[in-house]
Write a protein that binds this ligand. Sequence first.
Ligand code: NAP
Length: 284
Amino acid sequence: MKDYLLPSGSRMPVLGQGTWNMGEDPSARAAEVAALRLGMDLGVSLIDSAEMYGEGGAEEVVGEAIAGRRDEVFLVSKVYPQNADRRGVQAACERSLRRMKVERIDLYLLHWRGNVPLAETLEAFVRLREQGKIGDFGVSNFDLDDMLEAGALPGGELVATDQVLYNLAQRGIEWDLLPWCRERRIPVMAYSPLESDPASQAGLLGNPQLGAVARRHGVAPARVALAWLLRQDGVVVIPKAVRQQHVRENRAALELAPALTAEDLAQLDAGFPAPRRRRPLAMR
Ligand code: NAP
């Protein structure tokens, strides 16, 4: 699978599995574990989690799914902004490590910006990296001004990614954030690539132009929506799926990505116009 080089020298795969909403309902746990394992079986080795998801529950699901398979996965987790001070980061990371039953998180992110000075969070991330508890670190929900601020601080040169909302229906980052990251070879992680909430997802997947492209390739619209992201340089995509059919569909987007034609791309641009002006960063 294609991947991107991070500051530590490790490589982040271009397709992963999200875990938001996992670990909340004990009756769903077996299916969640099975979905993550199926993804791994299919070669989708990145798993994205956060201490926030199910208040630790999602990380426990991840721990169960990867038991005995640590070497196969690239693990991402995130610290709450309210835990992002010097001592809080250290303690939160250690809790996440315990829940996932691992010695190291490959990529550790600040979930969004809060009130703790960024310099303090970066310093704590650098310390975790030196301790070997994390491989790389990065941020999430940072707009360009936040990235510029982070980049100017000690440790800022090591920021490995910005995880942001990005999909066909939410293309705002193409105006400035995405080109800026690309220029610096900082891969962007596209979250909610299928628009998680049902109404927005119906709007995205029900778009007639997307439907026409999907019909031309004989696949579901979701596969095209993911392939459109995957074909772009510097974009990592992390759909979340519990249904096994969805896991397979999402994995198959990797093969579709290089098969999208100029006609497909033009039709998708017509259905989902690129931004014509700067907009504040969209978030979920
Ligand atoms: P998403 O992955 O865009 O959408 C998830 C929803 O789409 C689920 O209901 C899932 O159903 C369904 N789905 C998955 N594959 C499908 C397919 N092939 N066809 C039709 N429906 C499909 O949304 P998300 O969970 O918001 O985002 C993905 C991940 O990004 C999260 O899980 C999380 O790890 C991360 N995230 C990060 C932030 C942040 O602030 N950093 C914010 C949001 C999300 P089933 O589960 O029933 O299969």
